[in-house]
Write a protein that binds this ligand. Structure first.
Ligand code: KIV
Length: 275
């Protein structure tokens, strides 16, 4: 059964934890979907993980649509949430609605995600009014990395924590169905989780959130450019891949691959006539 925003609301009401992972391609999305993840986020971390950029700023609408469509084809049950890239919604409410619509129509998203609090509440309201579910994103919002001056824990002072709480209330009021809380102190994330009616999905925000999200390449040990403190490696897939690549190279060089079992036969009398 396809998971929906109602699944998210019910999970919050029943105090059941939600699981979300990022994916950027069909095969990975299919594996996650079959494993039973509630939601797949086509994050703009695509820029770092897949495209090799140093941040998410350069990611385009075309990048997001291309990868969202691939993920959507693999995700039969998980709710597919797609990130709105930098400058696809900050510029105006009109741009936000048009671009959210493109992610739904061309990327086959089930919902969109955008970063920011009270300043993007009008965009959240308008996108939601157009029938598109919106997941908000507060705390360390990577599209604002230049304003933050680096990847740092957010909302640690009284003023910043108060702003964080009022942002959370504003995005809920605007109609967001869920909110990602990234890289904020655990006690603050827990407090916001208690204050909100919508589910909170934490990443570096502790166990008090209603759910968790991780970048799949981080949690599988495939991405080593930068590993934040909050990442736990649930598998060493990167090491396993390197081993597999080396074994392939060695066997091809040694002439032991391909062997008979990987080879197609032809009748001897046919091949003899060709010499
Ligand atoms: O782009 C992304 O992967 C994200 C997660 C870190 C939540 O926004």
């Amino acid at each position: 059964m396809k998971k929906t925003v109602t699944t998210f609301a019910k999970a919050k009401a029943n105090k059941e934890k939600l699981t979300m992972l990022t994916a950027y391609d069909y095969s990975t999305a299919k594996l996650m979907d079959q494993a039973g993840v509630d939601s797949i986020l086509v994050g703009d971390s695509l820029g770092n993980v897949v495209l090799g950029y140093e941040d998410t700023i350069s990611v385009t609408m075309e990048d997001m649509i291309h990868h969202a469509a691939a993920v959507s084809r693999g995700a039969k049950e998980a709710l597919v949430v797609v990130d709105m890239p930098f400058m696809s919604y900050q510029t105006s409410v009109y741009d936000a609605v048009v671009n959210a619509g493109r992610l739904m129509k061309e990327g086959r998203a089930n919902a969109v995600k955008l970063e920011g609090g009270v300043e993007v509440a009008p965009q959240i309201k308008a996108i939601t009014a157009a029938g598109i579910p919106v997941c908000a994103h507060l705390g360390l919002t990577p599209q604002s990395i230049n304003a933050f001056g680096g990847f740092k824990v957010q909302a640690k002072t009284k003023e910043a924590a108060e702003k964080f709480i009022s942002d959370a209330l504003a995005i809920q009021e605007a109609g967001a169905f869920a909110v990602v809380l990234e890289c904020v102190p655990e006690k603050l994330a827990t407090l916001v989780t208690e204050k909100l009616d919508i589910p909170t999905i934490g990443i570096g925000a502790g166990a008090g959130c209603d759910g968790q999200v991780l970048v799949y390449a981080d949690m599988l040990g495939m991405f080593s450019d930068f590993t934040p403190k909050f990442v736990k490696r649930f598998a060493e897939t990167g090491a396993a891949m390197t081993e597999g690549f080396k074994a392939y190279i060695n066997e091809v060089k040694a002439g032991t691959y391909p062997s008979a079992e990987h080879t197609y036969a032809i009748d001897d009398e046919v091949i003899e006539k060709l010499y």
